[in-house]
Design a protein around this ligand. Structure first.
Ligand code: SF4
Length: 312
């Protein structure tokens, strides 16, 4: 028996992927959406629309960090105290170290930091692991072959250009990338031919959908998000406050503060002075504004370089 598992992100490529699977009438089709808890509401609505419009149910999976947070509480309460971390820092960490049920936030509370372009643990923890643990492994246990359909295209990034169309992971699990050679126009054609609307965020100017914002977002994307959906910035600002409380240093910012070239050694970094608002302020500047080194802050700025196609 062959299981066909299509990873849906709410973006254009994974939608085209699902439509292709439907047209090809593949057997044992399952569509799966990994919810990070950091998507725009319109993406959540779109995933529901897609299931209703195609007639293919889309299963939502979520990472759960309750156990990791419980272990961290214990660690903070014992090891941090033994290491001489001030009681006030310990108490403020213990006060926020409770699972919220929002995967992205809980991951950051557990780690005491946000992911970054250089340490991008979010894709693995929030998307790859839940899909493998909750979907792929149970299917592999049933026996037969599991095809993991991934909506990656070669022209999206260097990392994706040389991927094979199909490769074996092991244990009967295969990565399958049937739209690898498709152009972006092919992707939207597939929507049109099947009578499926694209995610409305594209029509509002978004170049990509997915985490709002993504740690890999570029300057224009950040400006657009701040201008169009300021509530997303408000949410990240509040997350910076909470994750800072869970951090031993008492500070964590969504974008890495030390990559800011205006940072001076000795500056005290807080989420208030180096947090999301500072980056939003920068995103509003033109060439004459305060300049950051884009290549350091937003590596692979055009897209997330995940080869799994789980992040657009
Ligand atoms: S979209 Fe960006 S922030 Fe979200 S999981 Fe992927 S790489 Fe991380």
């Amino acid at each position: 028996m062959t299981h066909n598992v299509v990873s849906v992100s709410g973006g254009k490529d994974s939608t085209a992927l699902l439509l292709l699977a439907i047209v090809q009438e593949v057997p044992n089709l399952q569509a799966v959406f990994a919810d990070t808890g950091h998507e725009h509401q319109q993406t959540y609505d779109y995933v529901n629309y897609l299931a209703q419009a195609t007639g293919v149910p889309i299963r939502w999976v979520k990472a759960d960090f309750s156990e990791q947070i419980a272990r961290k509480r214990l660690y903070v309460d014992t090891k941090w105290r033994e290491k001489g971390v001030p009681d006030s820092i310990v108490e403020q960490a213990l006060a926020v170290l409770h699972p919220t049920g929002i995967p992205f936030l809980d991951l950051c509370l557990w780690k005491g930091r946000f992911p970054s372009t250089k340490t991008r643990f979010c894709t693995t923890e929030l998307k790859v692991n839940p899909l493998i643990e909750q979907v792929m492994l149970p299917l592999m246990d049933e026996g037969g072959m599991v095809l993991s359909w991934q909506g990656v295209r070669a022209d999206e990034s260097l990392a994706r250009r040389y991927l094979p169309k199909c490769d074996e992971v092991g244990g009967g699990l295969f990565n399958y990338r049937p739209i690898l050679r498709w152009k972006v126009a092919d992707v939207f054609d597939a929507h049109h031919l099947m009578g499926i609307k694209p995610n409305p965020l594209y029509l509002q100017g978004a170049g990509r959908v997915g985490c709002m914002p993504c740690v890999n977002c570029n300057k224009d994307e950040l400006r657009q998000i701040a201008q169009r959906w300021p509530e997303e910035v408000d949410r990240v600002r509040e997350w910076e406050r909470l994750v800072s409380l869970a951090s031993k240093r008492g500070c964590s910012t969504f974008f890495s503060a030390v990559d800011d070239p205006t940072y001076k050694e000795g500056d005290i970094i807080t989420h208030e002075n180096y947090g999301i608002d500072r980056m939003v302020e920068w995103s509003m500047t033109s060439r004459g504004g305060r300049q950051f080194d884009l290549t350091r802050i937003f590596a692979d700025a055009s897209s997330c370089s995940s080869i799994y196609g789980l992040c657009e």
